[in-house]
Design a protein around this ligand. Structure first.
Ligand SMILES: Cc1cc2nc3c(=O)[nH]c(=O)nc-3n(C[C@H](O)[C@H](O)[C@H](O)COP(=O)(O)OP(=O)(O)OC[C@H]3O[C@@H](n4cnc5c(N)ncnc54)[C@H](O)[C@@H]3O)c2cc1C
Length: 504
């Protein structure tokens, strides 16, 4: 009875897509999820009269009339199961220490024009940036379609600039493009979404993310990200797949020559399968879920650096955004626009840098009339929370939350304190417990120079170190974020379907 062509472990964004792809290929698939809901981070929760989004600020590359994520959703058969709303502007970045306060629009032309208004003389370098980002996006589409088996001479011929910039950092390439400093600062506002400093962050990754945000605009499901997760679960059932909720996988079992032969569940049942797609960090899989892991794999896994640990505040406020003085949908607030310095500051608990969203500015009816919902997120670039003593935990949590809210009030002039009806706070401990992420990391492994997007895409074959086991999700080859996790599920699902067809 308990025999499947493939078992997907974890119903996060990556796992849901991998399961659909496998089912579309005709495979018999079981998806096991420890929680009683699908989605992982892609979910929502209620407090009083408010429904909070748990993570998504906006879904990039999903415009009204196109985008790679929209194409992916179309091919999965989920786009029309979801009610979408548009996001009004790209972002509002504020850094008072450097007199930086800029609100940037969607659309490449509008973005370049606006930048020229803020930074006269920036146009040429911005045009070159977007031309390069566009080539990177095309090169990635080619790499995806080839499942990582790329022809290097084809790459050099068709995507020469992609290959040329592949091993450089954001900082190096923006300098080479002779982009004025202030334009670099405004353009770099999204850096905290990837959580590596710009001197160490792969340019390819950053540029491909920026163009995916700016080019076609972005959208948000009205029912929060949970609506996407439910639509995907629904699609799995339509395709004849099974999802076992409240079911954790304890061990991935291996047999002859170390190949996968089954999955042991927390409740003691064993599932027979030759193929597993894990929506879990390799650190956890090789560290806790497999026996006799070869030293080479342990070393390769430990060589990676965990990305930022998350801290979020969710506020339900009893006044409208206008009454509170909130102008924009998506804010980035920094102490300094020098990401190297900001990264260092984000190692400590005093950190109040933040990406903060007011969903009402995109979707006014997301909360009862005359009220507002907001969510604030910051990252820790070190395990600062691991050093907090248990007896200090609650006070520390409240102190950090207060600092983030006060920072928002100070930088934007909004009035939040005194109008808070509901508050919920998530620390790295919450994320470690909720999703099983080491140290409460919310972005997988850091998008570094030597472990950035290009390296991971080109290393896809080498990264498959155990026969029958592939990874997807925020720690896999497309790195972290919603669209990346969906794409990794697409790649690993299709690759596993190929393995099954070839009888591997
Ligand atoms: C506060 C916050 C804000 C964010 N903002 C954005 C944003 O605006 N834009 C963006 O693109 N990204 C954002 N992200 C990142 C994004 O949410 C993640 O990159 C993405 O959701 C990761 O998907 P995943 O496939 O890795 O699954 P995860 O969400 O990590 O889910 C993994 C699932 O596996 C399950 N699981 C784990 N172990 C087992 C086991 N042993 N057995 C069974 N099930 C198991 C877990 O219960 C979970 O459901 C944010 C994240 C957070 C937390």
């Amino acid at each position: 009875m308990n025999k499947y062509d493939a078992v997907v472990i974890g119903a996060g964004n990556g796992g849901l897509v991998a399961a659909i792809r496998l089912l579309q290929s005709g495979a018999k698939v079981l998806l096991v999820e420890r929680h009683n809901l699908p989605g992982g981070f892609a979910t929502s929760f209620r407090r009083g009269r408010f429904e909070f989004e748990a993570s998504l600020h906006e879904l990039n590359d999903f415009g009204k009339d196109g985008g790679d994520v929209r194409d992916l959703f179309d091919s999965l058969g989920v786009t029309n199961k979801i009610e979408w709303t548009s996001i009004p502007e790209a972002y509002h970045v504020i850094c008072p220490n450097e007199k930086l306060d800029a609100t940037m629009p969607f659309g490449i032309k509008a973005f370049i024009d606006k930048m020229e208004e803020y930074v006269p003389g920036s146009r040429k370098s911005m045009e070159r940036f977007f031309a390069l980002a566009s080539e990177i996006r095309e090169a990635q589409a080619y790499t995806n379609a080839q499942n990582g088996n790329v022809d290097s001479s084809y790459m050099v011929k068709h995507f020469g600039n992609y290959v040329r910039t592949g091993s450089y950092s954001v900082k190096e390439v923006l300098e080479t493009l002779k982009m004025p400093k202030k334009a670099q600062d405004i353009l770099s506002a999204y850096w905290c979404y990837l959580g590596a400093k710009l001197s160490d962050m792969s340019f390819t990754h950053y540029a491909s993310m920026v163009i995916r945000y700016i080019d076609r605009g972005v959208m948000m499901p009205k029912g929060r990200s949970h609506e996407i997760s439910l639509a995907m679960a629904d699609r799995i059932y339509e395709l004849g797949g099974e999802i076992w909720f409240n079911t954790g996988a304890k061990k991935i079992l291996t047999g002859k020559e170390g190949a996968v032969c089954g999955v042991l569940l927390d409740d003691g049942r064993t599932i027979e399968t030759k193929h597993v797609v894990a929506d879990i960090e390799p650190t956890v899989v090789y560290g806790r879920m497999m026996d006799n892991v070869p030293e080479k794999i342990v070393k390769a896994t430990n060589a990676r650096k965990l990305a930022g640990r998350g801290f979020s505040i969710f506020l339900g406020l009893n006044k409208s955004p206008d009454e509170l003085g909130i102008e924009s949908h998506n804010y980035f607030l920094y102490d300094t626009s020098d990401s190297d310095k900001q990264y260092e500051l984000m190692k400590g608990l005093d950190n109040a840098a933040q990406a903060t969203v007011c969903l009402n500015r995109a979707y006014p009816d997301c909360s009862p009339k005359g009220t507002t919902i907001m969510y604030f997120t910051t990252l820790y670039m070190d395990d600062a929370w691991g050093k907090v003593k248990p007896e200090d935990y609650y006070k520390t949590k409240e102190d950090v939350a207060r600092r983030l809210i006060e920072r928002f009030e100070e930088y934007t002039g909004a009035h939040l304190m005194g109008n808070i009806e509901q508050i919920s706070i998530a620390t790295p401990m919450t994320y470690a417990r909720y999703g099983g992420h080491p140290e409460g990391g919310i972005y997988g492994y850091e998008s570094k120079y030597d472990d950035g997007l290009t390296a991971r895409l080109l290393m896809m074959k080498d990264d498959k170190m155990t026969k029958g086991l592939r990874f997807c999700g925020g720690s896999a080859m497309r790195l972290s974020g919603y669209s990346s996790a969906y794409f990794s599920g697409d790649i690993s699902g299709r690759q596993t379907a190929g393995d099954i067809k070839r009888g591997e």
